[in-house]
Write a protein that binds this ligand. Sequence first.
Ligand SMILES: *[C@@H]1O[C@H](CO)[C@@H](O)[C@H](O)[C@H]1NC(C)=O
Ligand SMILES: *[C@@H]1O[C@H](CO)[C@@H](O)[C@H](O)[C@H]1NC(C)=O
Ligand SMILES: *[C@@H]1O[C@H](CO)[C@@H](O)[C@H](O)[C@H]1NC(C)=O
Ligand SMILES: *[C@@H]1O[C@H](CO)[C@@H](O)[C@H](O)[C@H]1NC(C)=O
Ligand SMILES: *[C@@H]1O[C@H](CO)[C@@H](O)[C@H](O)[C@H]1NC(C)=O
Ligand SMILES: *[C@@H]1O[C@H](CO)[C@@H](O)[C@H](O)[C@H]1NC(C)=O
Ligand SMILES: *[C@@H]1O[C@H](CO)[C@@H](O)[C@H](O)[C@H]1NC(C)=O
Ligand SMILES: *[C@@H]1O[C@H](CO)[C@@H](O)[C@H](O)[C@H]1NC(C)=O
Length: 321
Amino acid sequence: MNQVTIHWDVVIALYIFFSWCHGGITNINCSGHIWVEPATIFKMGMNISIYCQAAIKNCQPSKLYFYKNGIKERFHITRINKTTARLWYNNFVEPQAFVYCTAECSRYFPETLICGKDISSGYPPDVPDKVACVIYEYSGNMTCTWNPGRPTYIDTKYVVYVKSLETEEEQEYLTSSYINISTDSLQKGKKYLVWVQASNVLGMEKSKQLQIHLDDIVIPSASIISRAEDINTTVSKTVIHWDSQTSIEKVSCEMRYKDTTNQTWNVKEFDTNFTYEQQSEFYLQPNAMYVFQVRCQETGKKYWQPWSSPFFHKTPEIGKK
Ligand SMILES: *[C@@H]1O[C@H](CO)[C@@H](O)[C@H](O)[C@H]1NC(C)=O
Ligand SMILES: *[C@@H]1O[C@H](CO)[C@@H](O)[C@H](O)[C@H]1NC(C)=O
Ligand SMILES: *[C@@H]1O[C@H](CO)[C@@H](O)[C@H](O)[C@H]1NC(C)=O
Ligand SMILES: *[C@@H]1O[C@H](CO)[C@@H](O)[C@H](O)[C@H]1NC(C)=O
Ligand SMILES: *[C@@H]1O[C@H](CO)[C@@H](O)[C@H](O)[C@H]1NC(C)=O
Ligand SMILES: *[C@@H]1O[C@H](CO)[C@@H](O)[C@H](O)[C@H]1NC(C)=O
Ligand SMILES: *[C@@H]1O[C@H](CO)[C@@H](O)[C@H](O)[C@H]1NC(C)=O
Ligand SMILES: *[C@@H]1O[C@H](CO)[C@@H](O)[C@H](O)[C@H]1NC(C)=O
């Protein structure tokens, strides 16, 4: 008669792995202890040791096993003493993993779970750079962004500091990416210093300080291309209609356009008064698909609107309207 072999290691591995996936590992009762040296969260690429110590009633473990993400480890395991074993990893680069260990108490008994742990590796934050704060007109917010640098893979928090240069008063905002600061909370004058501090368990970095004047960072309300009109004069002429709800008087704009089969943009610049809808004339090739985009800034300031969404227009064939 064939003996039926139950692979208890597989059964336990699946059970543990699925309860981990569903966040249920905290409900598992440990019969012992698992720990990581140098730490549970460590710098990516380090060599680490994972220790497992059994404390199971009436059990003198004959073997101790380690699993990573449900898969049994075969190498670099050292038995330290009767209750404890060590698993060593060289150059550990996985951002997240779950490890657990089991004990074999006797040959006739299923493996018993000792304990499990989430481990993660990552990097300390880079120095945040390219800190920029803008006020989208009518938004009621100052939006501050920065370049966080390379991914850290681990939970990283940013604190945005805003200090009034007039009253020296300082405010802090905690976030995980960019931040919107209500302009109502910026009543302490017009000039501020802004900087960003990044931190996680592996380190902390501070950006350079950015000096801002609230009047210099307003981005005019979005510009929108509404329609195109082909005029059948002797030369083929297209009029592009575009507008913005901005209340800023002096606005500089750029309209870029190209034949969609061409890589190169043509750019036209305008000093615009949005009291009226804008109408701009273009002399284009007939029977071609063109794309237009516009963007504006308050004249003389630093920040531009993003390019408007592409507006496509096909010019008529020669001789036809
Ligand atoms: C863990 O132990 C507690 C208290 O002994 C028990 O109520 C619970 O059912 C155990 N959980 C598991 C998953 O064995
Ligand atoms: C990791 O271990 C290897 C092999 O023992 C060694 O060459 C290397 O220097 C160690 N790396 C670190 C970061 O300790
Ligand atoms: C076994 O080794 C571990 C790790 O070095 C230690 O904490 C533990 O006390 C030792 N146990 C015995 C029984 O020697
Ligand atoms: C201003 O920021 C707040 C908080 O982030 C947000 O709830 C609100 O929608 C923003 N206002 C506008 C007009 O986007
Ligand atoms: C922040 O403000 C910008 C511009 O007002 C808005 O588009 C964005 O949705 C806001 N973000 C949040 C998280 O409220
Ligand atoms: C354009 O063509 C239409 C029909 O062919 C004609 O009625 C109209 O006068 C033309 N307009 C111009 C500006 O040439
Ligand atoms: C824009 O046009 C309006 C209406 O003609 C005029 O009152 C205003 O002075 C113009 N603004 C600028 C900056 O030229
Ligand atoms: C693409 O556009 C550029 C700029 O308008 C123009 O000089 C060039 O001839 C165009 N190329 C083609 C293949 O149409």
